[in-house]
Ligand binder design. Sequence first.
Ligand SMILES: [Zn+2]
Ligand SMILES: [Zn+2]
Length: 103
Amino acid sequence: MYEEENVVVEEEVFEDETLVCKECGNEFVFTAGEKQFYKEKGFVNKPKCCKPCRDARKNADRAPREVFETVCAECGGVAKVNFQPSSDRPVYCKACFDARRNG
Ligand SMILES: [Zn+2]
Ligand SMILES: [Zn+2]
């Protein structure tokens, strides 16, 4: 005696789905490929934002700070700093800055 099991192999079919971005309100397509990717990664939530917004957010997280170019007070070369250079404070390029710090 054996019980016959009715095993239904569910072949999951992924279809493109149009979602609305929570960030910009634009519609975007959550593609079948992305769905499969999400599934494989174990993500249960659908993306809330369209790709441009997601990318923008990702970039914002690790965005390089604004870089200002000015003239090095030491060698006259280009000094790149991540703050607004003020005229009352000498700014040095990296080489000169390091040299001063180490010397
Ligand atoms: Zn968006
Ligand atoms: Zn310099």
